[in-house]
Write a protein that binds this ligand. Structure first.
Ligand code: GNR
Ligand code: NI
Length: 182
């Protein structure tokens, strides 16, 4: 298992649209395990492959209190979406920023699990919000895109300053995924 480096806004690689997963093999299982480890360590409630510089359509999540209900969705598609909720979102790729975003309240998602089996998930509450946030990442979209241009501009300047100050290359102790990134 490995702890993967997480890309940070405004890294242009966060804007790449992910391609479908086509091989449900051991490398994919390893990537899922590494993404879960990275998400739990961060700590976060979800993680999209895009954030670890793998431009394939998969995400992991765990919104349970005990952090023992991992979910992995591969090639997810929203079948139905109902209602609207507003929630203060954060993102591991946009550290220290929390802003309200509107999302669908309930969703039904079709996806594959890591064995390649077709699954359907009905989600509401935080899990529904998280899945929509992660599916946006797979489209190269970030929650800050829903904010006003003024707010986003301010965040971008702050993030650029911070990246210059730090070493820039993320945390030590992280590795890059051992899979082709696009
Ligand atoms: O850890 C996370 N918390 C969170 C809170 C509100 C809405 C969405 C999220 S997802 C985020 C982890 C992350 O950045 N996933 O892409
Ligand atoms: Ni995020």
């Amino acid at each position: 298992m490995a702890h993967l480096a997480i890309l940070e806004y405004p890294d242009p690689r966060l804007r790449i649209r992910a391609k479908p997963v086509t091989e449900f093999d051991a490398a994919l299982a390893q990537l899922v395990a590494d993404m879960l480890e990275t998400m739990y360590a961060a700590p976060g409630i979800g993680l999209a492959a895009t954030q670890v510089n793998v431009h394939r359509r998969l995400l992991v999540a765990d919104v349970s209190e005990e952090r023992n209900e991992p979910i992995c969705l591969i090639n997810p598609e929203i079948l139905t979406a109902e209602g609207t909720v507003s929630y203060e979102e954060g993102c591991l790729s946009v550290p220290d920023v929390f802003e309200s975003v509107d999302r669908a309240e309930r969703i039904k998602v079709r996806a594959h699990n890591e064995r390649g089996e077709s699954i359907e998930v009905e989600a509401e509450g935080l899990l529904a919000i998280c899945i929509q946030h992660e599916m946006d990442h797979l489209e190269g979209k970030l929650f800050v895109d829903y904010l006003s241009a003024l707010k986003r501009d301010r965040l971008k300047k702050k993030a650029l300053k911070r990246a210059k100050k730090g070493s820039g290359d993320g945390e030590s102790d992280t590795v890059s995924p051992a899979v082709p990134i696009i």
